[in-house]
Unconditional design. Structure first.
Length: 309
């Protein structure tokens, strides 16, 4: 089987992760149990998840001219991720993300975007060839909205499947263009709530929110539900794919692992529902190990039947 070709337009961050028994309250200082550093950013995470499974991945992003940027490029090289369209700036540092993880695996994150905010529409246009030659484009919400919109427009013009993960949830109302340019819209429950202005507590709520997003113009919604798995919604039907019951050590990046894995399996020719089912399995493996990209499994670490197509 040829490798699925995936292009990711998005963010690169450097994660600094502190582990602690519980998260601190406002104004409180507590002692941690461990500290690790690693690569992150929703765009880079999704690219790495797909690459580790065997996809041919091109990353479109912007880094600062600093040690974090250099190490990020080395990481891409080690994982065979094409970095021809990763740009550099001396106007800002590379993106960073201090992360706190408690003993239940729950996390809190502060993202300082840095160079991610400086990628331009013109730089994305310069990557048109990479987008056009891919089967799937993945976008998120950690770079300027106009950059994401341009990437989605190019993909639509070139007949490429578009996957948009609106994370973090936008602080401004998204225009209908973003929905209409998206083939598969991938929010989590919180993002779905903010985008539809309705509560998502039950599976029925999630279906209703998915239908509301369909009315905004997206073709299909793939909503992640944490430990409860994920939900596929289109104009007529919905399918709930249950999550696997595992003991989570660190959930940081689990959603990104799911989306990158989903894109890999979809690009390999599986149906959307089957791609999502297998992506749930990959993500369930990632939460059992510490770290972000380090926790994402390589294909050789997974059951062989996941790669029977």
């Amino acid at each position: 089987m040829s490798k699925p070709k995936i292009c990711v337009v998005g963010s690169c961050n450097y994660d600094m992760i502190a582990y602690t028994d519980r998260l601190p309250k406002q104004g409180e200082t507590i002692m941690g149990t461990d500290f690790k550093m690693g690569f992150g950013g929703k765009g880079a995470n999704q690219a790495v998840a797909a690459a580790k499974l065997g996809a041919e991945v091109t990353m479109v992003a912007k880094l600062g001219e600093d040690v974090f940027g250099k190490q990020t490029m080395e990481n891409f090289k080690n994982l065979n991720i094409v970095s021809k369209y990763v740009y550099f700036t001396d106007k800002a540092s590379s993106g960073v993300a201090p992360i706190w993880v408690d003993k239940q695996g729950h996390n809190s994150i502060i993202v300082v975007s840095g160079a991610n905010d400086l990628i331009t529409v013109e730089e994305v246009e310069a990557s048109r060839k990479a987008i056009a030659s891919s089967k799937i484009l993945i976008c998120q919400n950690e770079v300027p909205l106009e950059v994401t919109k341009k990437a989605l427009q190019i993909a639509r013009e070139e007949g490429v499947i578009t996957v948009f993960n609106p994370a973090p949830a936008p602080t401004v109302e998204l225009s209908n263009d973003y929905f209409e340019l998206t083939d598969i819209f991938c929010p989590n429950e919180t993002e779905a709530e903010l985008l539809t202005h309705r509560t998502v507590k039950t599976l029925e709520d999630a279906v209703d929110a998915g239908r509301a997003l369909i009315k905004k113009g997206v073709k299909k919604v793939l909503m992640t539900l944490g430990s409860k798995g994920c939900l596929f919604v289109d104009a007529k039907t919905h399918t709930h794919i249950p999550g696997l019951h595992v003991k989570a050590f660190d959930t940081t990046g689990a959603g990104d692992c799911f989306i990158g894995s989903f894109a890999y399996f979809l690009g390999a020719g599986l149906s959307e529902e089957e791609a999502a089912r297998r992506a749930c399995i990959v993500a369930s493996v990632s939460v059992q190990k510490p770290g972000t990209q380090k926790s994402f499994p390589f294909a050789k670490e997974l059951p062989a039947d996941l790669f029977v197509f």
